[in-house]
Design a protein around this ligand. Structure first.
Ligand SMILES: Cc1cc2nc3c(=O)[nH]c(=O)nc-3n(C[C@H](O)[C@H](O)[C@H](O)COP(=O)(O)OP(=O)(O)OC[C@H]3O[C@@H](n4cnc5c(N)ncnc54)[C@H](O)[C@@H]3O)c2cc1C
Length: 262
């Protein structure tokens, strides 16, 4: 993807990461991730911060989401994809343009209210992030608790922006940004990586988003309707950037079984 979108300036790049857990993740998960993560290492117990049970380090992909999405759109347009923005009341409206045979339903949280879908198992998980200017931070750091996550994620090709998070508030539909949440995020993030404060703290933005979760996980499914075929592909929750590429391959594979990967 990086190569196709124009190399290291396209909005995705590799950086080191350290992750700590307050509980031991399952052996299955650890075995799985160590098969595909570069430079994977388990951190010795004596090097873990107080309260952490387990930790790993590896090289990961970092996303600069606005830049990446823009570059992805430009790439798709140059390959003949046409974008049209419309609000649908019912999924069948997707078939109204001429010659539409297949509609991909990637409506995220909208799947809850979109006519013909109305999936009541879709729900929001509210998050808030604080974006700071910190060009000296060139690593990711994450701490997972049973009901919280603290993370520090530099944005590639952003001139030094770093995303600090986060919150995991299930069923909270509030899209507002709160000062108390910002303070809580800053406290946890600077505890986790005190180097953030090596330069004066410069907050660029605070923002809130609702992750589109689904109770049973993602829905990637083919449905035949009288209007044509619908391929459902929603419920990515907090992992749409990490798993969207795989989800898209699975969804297009339902339409054309032997399609080469995107
Ligand atoms: C604070 C926060 C932190 C996150 N961190 C990460 C992370 O570290 N890694 C990661 O991989 N992911 C992360 N995510 C999650 C990621 O943003 C989502 O998983 C991803 O955006 C889901 O993409 P999607 O296209 O499935 O849904 P969405 O991005 O929700 O897109 C759905 C689209 O459907 C449109 N739509 C819905 N209903 C209708 C309708 N009736 N008519 C027309 N259009 C409609 C909406 O307008 C929207 O454009 C985070 C999210 C938040 C909020």
């Amino acid at each position: 993807m990086q190569k196709r979108l124009g190399g290291r300036d396209c909005g995705i790049d590799k950086l080191p990461i350290t992750e700590y857990w307050d509980f031991k993740p399952s052996d299955r998960k650890v075995k799985s991730i160590q098969q595909y993560l570069a430079n994977f290492a388990i951190i010795p117990k004596k090097e873990l911060p107080a309260g952490a049970e387990f930790g790993v380090s590896y090289i990961t992909w970092n996303f600069n989401c606005p830049l990446l999405l823009n570059n992805l759109k430009t790439y798709l347009c140059s390959h003949g994809v046409k974008f049209e923005r419309r609000q649908l009341k019912h999924i069948s409206q997707g078939f109204l343009s001429t010659n539409v045979k297949v509609v991909f339903n990637c409506s995220g949280l909208g799947a809850r209210s979109l006519g013909g879908i109305e999936d009541s198992t879709v729900f929001p998980v509210r998050g808030q992030v604080v974006i700071i200017n910190a060009p000296h931070i060139r690593q990711n750091k994450v701490r997972w608790g049973s009901d919280y996550a603290t993370y520090i994620i530099p944005r590639p090709n952003s001139g030094g922006q770093v995303v600090l998070g986060g919150l995991i508030q299930k069923h909270n539909w509030n899209g507002d940004t709160f000062a108390c949440d910002t303070q809580d995020i800053l406290r946890r993030a600077t505890d986790l990586l005190p180097d953030i404060l090596k330069l004066p703290l410069e907050i660029l933005r605070e923002s809130t988003g609702l992750r589109p979760y689904r109770k049973a996980g993602v829905r990637i499914e083919k449905e035949k309707t009288k209007n044509g075929i619908i391929i459902h592909n929603y419920g990515a929750g907090g992992y749409g950037y990490q798993s969207g590429y795989g989800m898209a391959n699975a969804a297009t594979g339902l339409l054309v079984p032997n399609i080469s990967k995107l």
